[in-house]
Design a protein around this ligand. Structure first.
Ligand code: PGA
Length: 251
């Protein structure tokens, strides 16, 4: 069975209540094709508002992070249950801006994946190498470590709740996209790891998005590679025209 393409927009720390609402409405109005699964990830304060705007549409809501506890004295943090409660279906974990900018480690990401799954949130797990790691030919080793540690303890049943987003750090927000061949090579490697860790059927069912300067102009070619099942989009998800053009490129 062919995998369904999945396009998610990561709004990062952008939008306001008003601009987020307008963006969500325009995206919802433009997503009519159910061949492609679509989600947007607004900043925390707007999650409930955007979930309300998107209720009944084909667009799901994702959070950009969570704290791995049900509740407690964790000032400033947000639990997976709270995210569920305000209408989130997904959570993005292990984004490179959190790994590299905020020092998040694989073991901590593993706890977050566990907490998300237990609370009923599906996970978009980001992995990717830095430019230096790629130049030293360490890409596969880095990806392997990130996946192995973040997913330690999970069996093949996870595959239906998980999306891997391959996001080379050197391609995020830089305008420099991995070529379709470069991306496909890593995606095939990731699927091979799933085959080894689980089995052929689970590997074939795993959704693997590409992220890093995806735009309307390069989306279709990237997503036509055999192991690229969609995109995690940053900058280009902030305008309905460019985001919807990417979604159209996935169909
Ligand atoms: P970008 O971001 O599309 O702006 O490069 C992608 C991401 O960080 O998920």
């Amino acid at each position: 069975m062919a995998r369904q393409k999945f396009v998610a927009g990561n709004w990062k720390m952008f939008t306001s209540a008003a601009s987020g609402r307008a963006l969500a409405r325009a995206v919802a109005a433009g997503v009519t094709d159910d061949r492609v699964r679509v989600a947007v990830a607004p900043p925390y304060p707007y999650l409930a508002l955007i979930a309300e705007c998107l209720a009944g549409s084909r667009v799901g809501v994702a959070a950009q992070n969570l704290y791995p506890a049900h509740e407690g004295a964790f000032t400033g943090e947000v639990s997976p249950e709270m995210l569920k409660d305000v209408g989130c279906k997904y959570v993005i974990l292990g984004h490179s801006e959190r790994r590299h900018g905020l020092g998040e480690r694989n073991e901590f990401i593993n706890l977050k994946v566990r907490a998300a799954i237990d609370a009923g949130l599906d996970v978009i797990l980001c992995v990717g190498e830095t430019l230096e790691e790629r130049e030293k030919d360490h890409t596969q080793q880095i990806i392997w470590r990130q996946l192995y540690d973040a997913l330690a303890g999970f069996d093949r049943a996870l595959v239906h709740r998980l999306t891997i987003a391959y996001e080379p750090v050197w391609a995020i927000g830089t305008g420099r996209t991995a070529t379709p061949d470069q991306a496909q090579e890593v995606h095939a490697y990731i699927r091979g790891l799933a085959r080894k860790a689980w089995d052929e059927q689970s590997a074939a069912a795993l959704t693997i998005q590409y992220g890093g300067s995806v735009k309307a102009e390069n989306a279709r070619e990237l997503m036509s590679q055999p192991d690229i099942d969609g995109a995690l989009v940053g900058g280009a998800s902030l305008k309905p025209e460019s985001f919807l053009a990417i979604v159209a490129g996935a169909a």
